[in-house]
Design a binder for this molecule. Structure first.
Ligand code: ZN
Length: 327
């Protein structure tokens, strides 16, 4: 009998223990649920450089925050394209507003990025010193671009061809954008093409003049794109959709170029009023969808100029799923 009682007691203890275990499991699961709920308000980190070309991003950050249901937006400022590309490629940020050519090169090198929208259309100018009146005058002169992998470099190529010169007729140098207006004023370069507001900076203080606006050389040219890491998209589809929807809405607001937009631009760019006026006059934030025709034109130029041997196919690099859902 006593043996049976001992066995019975042991069984009861085992059952109680199992019940305890299961309670513990439930508690852990509840804990997981709580943490899952928390991760739904995820922070999405987007890299940018302080240029007029990334304005929809600033407008989204300033005006759309109350509309965000599933995420928080954190804009991460960088001082150079090289640093920005390193952060994006290593996954320190989830996406970036960046020169589309740099993103294409990263994709070509195996970083799985997707271009989900454009930053802007047009909005670049060729600025030259006062003694330059036509393309031929640039022969043998120093001309600055921010990076070989840029629409600015492609615009230079188109301009030289148009003017009957070849790329080797000028000394092309890469300079950090904020240095370009000083280099022009000091006569170290005779012209440059770069993201805004650094072109407007020379024109506003009358140290340089506009030789061409980008639409004179390449109608509807594409330059900066909104790029996301594909692993981020795959793991956070709802967030990506919401983020891109608000980005496109911010683009429509940016296109108004009203006082609200100007205040936001001033906050992020620290540009003077005259510089900002010019810069906004040249740029468009309408139709931020990267169309196949424009992309293929860009790819063609990159191959023609030896900037890329094998640019990514439109279908593998451009993801219009989300922009396609925006009404
Ligand atoms: Zn741009």
């Amino acid at each position: 009998m006593r043996k049976k009682a001992v066995i019975f007691t042991l069984l009861v203890l085992m059952i109680l223990n199992l019940a305890g275990c299961s309670n513990e499991n439930r508690a852990t699961r509840t804990g997981e649920n709580v943490s899952n709920d928390n991760t739904q308000v995820k922070t999405i980190k987007i890299a940018y450089l302080p240029i007029t070309h990334a304005l929809p991003l600033y407008v989204e950050n300033e005006l759309a925050e109350e509309n965000f249901k599933n995420f928080k937006l954190e804009l991460v400022k960088f001082g150079s394209w090289t640093e920005l590309v390193d952060a994006l490629n290593s996954g320190k940020v989830d996406g970036a507003s960046m020169l589309i050519e740099l993103a294409m090169k990263a994709k070509e090198q195996g970083i799985d990025l997707k271009a989900v929208a454009l930053g802007h259309r047009d909005g670049n100018v060729v600025v030259v010193s006062k003694d330059i009146n036509k393309v031929e005058d640039l022969k043998g002169k120093n001309f600055a671009i921010p990076s070989k992998l840029s629409t600015h470099n492609i615009l230079l190529h188109i301009m030289l061809e148009k003017g009957g010169l070849t790329y080797s007729d000028v000394n092309v140098i890469e300079l950090p954008p904020p240095e370009m207006s000083a280099a022009l004023a000091e006569g170290r370069i005779s012209g440059y093409c770069v993201a805004e507001p650094f072109g407007a900076k020379s024109v506003a203080v009358d140290k340089g003049k506009t030789l061409f606006e980008s639409q004179d050389l390449w109608e509807g040219s594409v330059c900066c794109g909104l790029v996301l890491r594909n692993d981020f998209i795959e793991n956070n589809e709802a967030i990506a959709e919401e983020f891109i929807k608000e980005y496109i809405n911010a683009g429509h607001k940016a296109e108004l170029k009203d006082n609200v937009v100007r205040d936001i631009a001033t906050k992020y760019l620290k540009a003077e009023s005259e510089v900002l006026d010019l810069s906004l006059k040249w740029i468009s934030y309408e139709n931020l969808k990267l169309e196949e025709k424009d992309y293929n034109e860009l790819s063609k130029y990159m191959v023609e100029m030896g900037l890329s041997k094998n640019p990514p196919e439109y279908s593998e690099f451009v993801d219009n799923t989300f922009i396609g859902k925006v009404k």
